[in-house]
Design a protein around this ligand. Structure first.
Ligand SMILES: *Cc1c(COP(=O)(O)O)cnc(C)c1O
Length: 377
């Protein structure tokens, strides 16, 4: 990223001279990833493709702590999310909700024609295991949806608590959205015992949007085999059948697979533990910036996300309040884009992402621009 100070103002521009993205997805894509993305095309039923597909599987499995195949979907995350509902819900699904994305799962479940019940937690609070346990104990449900990192509120729910509950209900399908946390924090798919873990690639993976990754338990595939009307494009059994040949069910975005291969090199060069620690550190720095400027945070203390910070601006009592749209505008004039809040807390919060390739240095550059923008309000 090239930086210049003009007239005392910070101008953060990426390599192409555009405004740098610090919104919670899509995020900034590196030149190396973009180069890989524009690799020459190959046939998706060729040996070369099978080699490409096969070459990234071991790294993907290491990244997600699983022995299961990691499926590649040419869609955003919602495609796989809808697919999971269509593949795995036969009786009734429990939608665990605590923000815009987890709330939306309820709507999506109903639109797929499934019986669905909400389990609502307040926005800003995490999803808790005890309440889920109580619901599942009724025996009414054969699946649940859960968002690990609720991007609209900046809340990261305690996923180990969920894994504890899963142990009691082996036959209930646990569908987990890790869209904005996958690869930024340790998510051990096999050890968690959950049934589906999915994410799109424009968030923590910092790739161009339009592609998603997911893993299914063996139990999930067995369940899918018993559920009618799975459709075709997101039929999990099709993904499994083709994965056995190192292929995807239909023509994939091959550029994304090259980009993913390149990104995996970067991730393992940094090291997984270092990557997780970096995200934690950068999120902590962002929270400290907020506190240092008189703001409070929107998430319940102790459940703040490691990939984005949702700053309170009147959505909850306490802390400073500013004109968020103007703040975002002033920041944009300095070459940085943050988000002015999502859904019903738009304007009453603002969100700053530290996903992807950000470093202490790039975050400090952003903070300097935010300092300047605040002074100008
Ligand atoms: C961004 C996001 C989604 C939607 O992902 P798409 O790739 O746009 O389909 C779903 N859930 C969470 C938690 C998200 O952050």
């Amino acid at each position: 990223m090239a930086l210049a100070i003009e007239g005392g103002l910070w101008h953060g521009r990426n390599a192409m001279g555009r405004v740098k993205l610090h919104i919670p997805g899509p995020v900034e894509v590196s030149e190396k990833t973009l180069q890989a993305f524009r690799s020459p095309m190959i046939g998706h039923r060729s040996k070369e493709f099978q080699q490409l597909y096969g070459s990234i599987q071991p790294k993907l499995q290491e990244l997600l702590y699983t022995r299961r195949p990691v499926f590649l979907s040419t869609s955003s995350a919602w495609g796989v999310m809808e697919g999971a509902v269509r593949n795995l819900v036969a009786k009734r699904v429990l939608n665990c909700m605590c923000g815009a994305f987890s709330d939306k799962w309820h709507d999506v479940s109903k639109r797929c024609g499934k019986e669905a019940e909400p389990l609502q937690f307040p926005w800003g609070s995490p999803i808790r295991g005890e309440a889920i346990d109580k619901q599942l104990a009724t025996g009414k449900f054969d699946a649940l949806t859960y968002v690990h990192n609720e991007t609209s509120t900046g809340v990261m729910s305690p996923i180990r608590e969920l894994a504890e509950v899963k142990r009691k209900y082996p036959d209930v399908m646990f569908i987990v959205d890790t869209v904005s946390s996958m690869t930024a924090t340790k998510l051990e798919f096999d050890a968690l015992g959950i049934d589906v873990m999915l994410a799109s690639c424009q968030k923590a993976l910092a790739m161009p949007p339009g592609f998603a990754l997911f893993v299914c338990s063996e139990a999930a595939l067995a369940k899918a085999a018993s559920v009618p009307d799975r459709g075709f494009y997101f039929d999990f059994l099709e993904f499994q059948k083709h994965a056995e040949k190192n292929m995807t069910p239909s023509t994939p975005s091959i550029g994304h697979i090259y980009a993913l291969k390149s990104k995996l090199e970067d991730i393992f060069q940094e090291g997984l533990e270092a990557r997780f620690a970096r995200h934690e550190k950068l999120a902590r720095m962002t929270r400290e910036w907020a506190a240092g400027h008189g703001f409070t945070l929107y998430p319940e203390p102790g459940f703040e996300s490691v990939t984005l910070t949702c700053v309170n601006n009147g959505a909850k009592p306490g802390g400073r309040e500013i004109d968020v749209p103007r703040f975002v505008q002033l920041l944009k004039a300095r070459g940085f884009l943050i988000n002015a809040g999502y859904g019903k807390i738009k304007g009453k919060t603002f969100r700053i992402s530290n996903m992807g390739d950000e470093t202490e240095e790039t975050m400090k550059t952003l903070f300097a621009a935010m300092d300047e923008a605040l002074k100008e309000l």
